[in-house]
Design a protein around this ligand. Structure first.
Ligand SMILES: Cc1cc2nc3c(=O)[nH]c(=O)nc-3n(C[C@H](O)[C@H](O)[C@H](O)COP(=O)(O)OP(=O)(O)OC[C@H]3O[C@@H](n4cnc5c(N)ncnc54)[C@H](O)[C@@H]3O)c2cc1C
Length: 455
């Protein structure tokens, strides 16, 4: 018996169910991958990285048993939600166990005060549908809503549709509380509430396995989708900025594309006039006609408008926004990749002008507005950039930073380099407390050193 088979047998016996310990090489490979291949840089680093086996727990008690075993045998454990992350966040660098949380998909309750209590494997789309039955909806969600899990969103996501009104996932106390299982000789289930949730959020599963979540919702709204084209990017930017920044408009999405990005969105090409900049909105149904009138007054052309009937709506405009835009660009030309930026609301036009002057068509503007924790409306962006060499990509990142554009670099495979690491080090401190051997998703929190353990 190989070491891997022995571990597989032992874990199956711990669970009392061998069907939830997967060892078939193709399955293990499939469940070891995410969307890291969006990045030509990460593709080179992460191709071929796989776990040794996959374990599918059903509850926190099973996770405690699994982690106790892995701790005793020095086995790495990489948590996995749906594997839609872009940074190789869920790709195991050192083999070991892939902990697939998809079966922990119970919604415990939607509380009357608008807080959902659920397990990590619940898909965001399922939670959205359930919440709406009680008059609530998600405050924000990634464009991968149908596939992505709540736990994966907490572990690796940032924000998305809804962030224009409610901020990103880590803001405005959207994550009220969570429970994590620690990686210790005797694993504990620890509750993190209030500010303490930030110890764990966006730590890529490096400092605890999230097993239960309290997620604040927003009152549900009846939405409409609307696509509006403008002859110039400048006119489209002015209009989208105005709607995003005016609280009188109830909106869930304000996405703006520079031409030729709209031409990449082939399934909705009938709503894409040649050569024009395009804006996609999710706007309160009651305000849709007013929005269209306001756009026409500014020279906009409404190319599509219709009720939003949930995540199965067709066309679903959000399928072309946030990081889905990059996917459509890559389908057009494999050399396209992306950056994740935040412009300065006060100087955004100047910043955009300087980027255009320097990089021209290599740097295409795809803007996503979101509300910052201090209430400012941020012209965020996931620009579609043309990849030639790593040096050129780094040049783009450096230039952005030089002119005051924040970049969360999606071409690195560690928490610290991704741009959302907390300067107060709470994620690292939690790793030192909860994973002293460094077995949780090892290699992804690079400032962690075993000898630094301070307990
Ligand atoms: C086409 C496309 C569009 C996207 N759009 C957006 C977007 O709009 N906004 C956005 O923020 N992101 C976006 N992403 C990235 C990704 O979809 C989101 O981050 C998503 O929330 C990840 O969920 P997941 O279940 O797939 O997580 P996974 O990829 O499985 O995991 C993400 C990270 O969380 C960790 N993790 C998973 N479960 C747990 C757990 N229970 N406890 C601890 N750690 C855990 C994993 O180890 C990994 O490090 C997009 C990706 C793609 C491919």
């Amino acid at each position: 018996m190989s070491t891997d088979s022995r571990h597989a047998a032992a874990l199956a016996s711990l669970l009392g169910d061998s069907a939830r310990v997967l060892t078939h090489p193709q399955t293990v490979e499939q469940l070891s991958r995410d969307f890291y291949w969006y990045s030509p840089v990460l593709r080179k680093q992460l191709d071929g990285k796989v776990g040794d086996l996959v374990v599918q727990p059903l509850n926190a008690a099973e996770i405690v048993n699994i982690l106790r075993y892995c701790h005793a045998h020095d086995l790495a454990v990489t948590a996995r939600g749906a594997g839609t992350g872009n940074y190789g966040q869920a790709v195991p660098l050192h083999g070991g166990v892939v902990l697939d949380l998809a079966r922990m998909d119970r919604i415990e309750e939607i509380q009357p005060d608008g807080v959902a209590v659920c397990e990590p494997g619940v898909r965001l789309g399922v939670l959205e549908n359930e919440a709406r039955k009680f008059g609530w909806e998600l405050r924000c969600y990634p464009s991968t809503i149908v596939k992505a899990s709540v736990g994966g969103f907490l572990g690796g996501g940032s924000g998305g549709i809804g962030s224009v009104a409610h901020g990103n996932l880590r803001d405005f106390q959207t994550v009220r509380a969570l429970e994590v299982v620690t990686m210790e000789a005797e694993p504990r289930v620890v509750l993190h509430e209030g500010q303490a949730v930030h110890d764990i959020l966006h730590a890529w599963g490096t400092n605890g396995i999230v097993t239960r979540i309290w997620l604040a919702l927003a009152p549900a709204v009846e939405w409409s989708q609307c696509a509006i084209a403008f002859a110039t990017f400048a006119a489209a930017f002015d209009f989208s900025e105005r709607i995003a920044g005016d609280p009188a408009w109830t909106k869930r999405l304000v996405t703006l594309f520079e031409w030729p990005i709209p031409s990449f969105l082939t399934p909705v090409k009938q709503y894409v006039p040649e050569g024009k900049a395009l804006i996609f909105f999710l706007i309160a149904e009651a305000q849709c006609a007013d929005l269209e009138a306001a756009a026409r007054k500014q020279g906009g052309e409404v190319t599509y408008s219709g009720r939003y009937l949930g995540v199965r709506t067709r066309p679903l405009l959000s399928d072309y926004t946030w990081n889905h835009t990059t996917l459509w660009a890559m389908r057009t030309d494999e050399a396209y990749t992306y950056l994740q930026c935040a412009f300065d609301p006060a100087t955004v036009r100047d910043q955009m002008r300087r980027l255009k002057e320097r990089f021209g068509k290599e740097f295409l503007f795809h803007m996503e507005f979101w509300k910052a924790a201090d209430g400012r409306m941020i012209p965020g962006a996931i620009p579609v950039v043309y990849y030639t060499t790593e040096d050129r990509l780094n040049d783009m990142i450096s230039f952005c930073r030089e002119i005051g554009v924040f970049v969360a670099n999606p071409h690195v495979n560690n928490v610290e380099g991704g741009g959302r690491y907390r300067a107060d080090n709470v994620q690292l401190l939690a790793k030192q407390r909860y994973d002293p051997k460094g077995l949780l998703n090892p290699g992804k929190m690079i400032t962690f050193k075993r000898q630094e353990i301070t307990r």
